[in-house]
Design a protein around this ligand. Structure first.
Ligand code: AMP
Length: 420
């Protein structure tokens, strides 16, 4: 073992489990690729101001959880705690909103960093796949994104998840509600921290998980009763489109989510087998974010799905993904000439798309067959001196133990037909 360990709150993705992570990323991306979303990659760090303004000065993410630092050159940067602000920054910088169709549809995949108290399902380094549709106010776009996330989870075989849906109103109606909620909160028996939060961002108090707080919130005014007509119509349209698409959801009138920039549609995907860290993904509309970071008015909507938690959800449902074989064929050469011939054969198989590996390190037959076994290969190709003289190779079925001689020139054809 090395003197070093992975930093607290992080873990390494190592084979074979890492293959599941890749498959989850792929499965989430697949519906996006066929729905007009283009891939975007932004740096792992940004100007800290982007997150302070974009995510919100009063959010836990910015005040407590951000890995912010000053570079030797004096730049104030932060490791990205989420994807939306960066993606919007990049889209604006590249003028994507002027260059082509609106909405600009983008998807991304990568690492995110939050200095949180680590526990199962909550890490300091985690992985998300996200999607953003920038520049259009249309309930069908909101519905599209929710449908695509639902499709992604279902394609993985997940069933025990629920979609929570709410509307947070807009610039017209939210301030009225905010004031009413603040009035209500001021009358409660809350600790100082929470009272302060009630002044800065009262909606977030609704999200407080503590029993002592939740108990007092029973009679709190609900945003639904304050939504303006435009927001109501918009939300009904989103709900209708989801229902038509056969995507079930639950109205959650207290769903606010932890970021400041959300307006109107907000949603969360929760999995019932994950304990306290049950959110596998979430998102919503952020009509004001572009202006908050210095851009033009660009109403937008997006989501981010957590890869780590989706993998945990698969485990919770006992789902094992069907993954492509790491090694289908393992080559065992006996002697120098056999080594050259078989190495060329392995290269040929790989070019033809067959997963093949080789007994490196000059192993003897016994050690090499053990390696073949460990590799999980369906077949071993064993080439000895006598086989060489006969221009054949021994093809061994690792499951049944059956072995037969195949002409060296015919190996690819034979394996293609056997592997299907
Ligand atoms: P959020 O931006 O907080 O809505 O996060 C979106 C998704 O990312 C969540 O639903 C989680 O699946 C995942 N996520 C957020 N924070 C963490 C974390 N600290 N560790 C693991 N996954 C996370």
């Amino acid at each position: 073992m090395s003197t070093f360990k992975a930093p607290k709150g992080t873990y390494d993705l190592i084979p074979p489990e890492s293959a599941t992570f890749l498959a989850v990323r792929e499965a989430i991306a697949a519906p996006l690729r066929t729905s007009g979303y283009g891939y975007i990659e932004t740096p792992g760090f940004e100007n800290v101001e982007l997150f302070a303004r974009g995510v919100g000065e009063s959010t836990d993410i910015v005040t407590k959880e951000m890995y912010a630092f000053e570079t030797k050159g004096g730049d104030k940067l932060a490791l990205r705690p989420e994807g939306t602000a960066s993606v919007l920054r990049a889209a604006l910088e590249a003028n994507l909103h002027k260059a082509g169709n609106l909405p600009v549809k983008l998807w991304y995949s990568g690492s995110y960093y939050r200095y949180e108290r680590p526990q199962k399902g909550r890490y300091r380094h985690f992985s998300q796949v996200g999607a953003e549709a920038i520049g259009v106010e249309d309930p069908a776009v909101d519905a599209e994104l929710i449908i695509l996330a639902d499709q992604a989870y279902r394609s993985l075989g997940l069933r025990n998840f629920r979609i929570l849906l709410n509307s947070l109103g807009d610039r017209e109606c939210r301030p009225v509600y905010r004031a009413a909620l603040q009035d209500f909160l001021r009358g409660l028996d809350l600790d100082e921290d929470t009272l302060r939060r009630a002044e800065i961002n009262p909606l977030r108090v609704l999200d407080d998980k503590r029993e002592s707080v939740q108990k007092q919130l029973t009679g709190a005014p609900l945003l639904r009763d304050y939504l303006c007509d435009a927001c109501k119509t918009y939300h009904e349209e989103v709900r209708g489109l989801l229902t038509t698409a056969g995507v079930a959801f639950e109205d959650d009138l207290k769903l606010v989510r932890g970021l400041d920039y959300y307006t109107r549609t907000t949603f969360e995907f929760v999995h019932d087998g994950l304990g306290s860290q049950s959110a596998v993904g979430g998102g919503g509309r952020y009509d004001g974010l572009s202006e908050m970071i210095g851009g033009p008015a660009l109403p937008s909507v997006g989501w981010a799905l957590g890869v780590d938690r989706t993998v945990l959800a698969l485990e919770a449902e006992g789902i094992e993904l069907e993954l492509p074989a790491v090694t289908s064929v393992f080559a065992v050469p006996l002697g120098e000439e056999a080594r050259r011939v078989l190495f060329a054969k392995v290269t040929e198989l790989r070019k033809a798309g067959i997963a093949a590996d080789f007994a490196y390190g000059g192993k003897g037959l016994k050690a090499a067959m053990k390696a073949a076994n460990r590799s999980g290969a369906r077949y071993a190709l064993v080439l000895g001196e006598r086989d060489l003289a006969d221009d054949v190779v021994q093809l061994k079925d690792m499951d049944s133990g059956e072995q037969s001689a195949v002409a060296i020139a015919e190996v690819l054809t034979e394996l293609r037909s056997r592997l299907g």
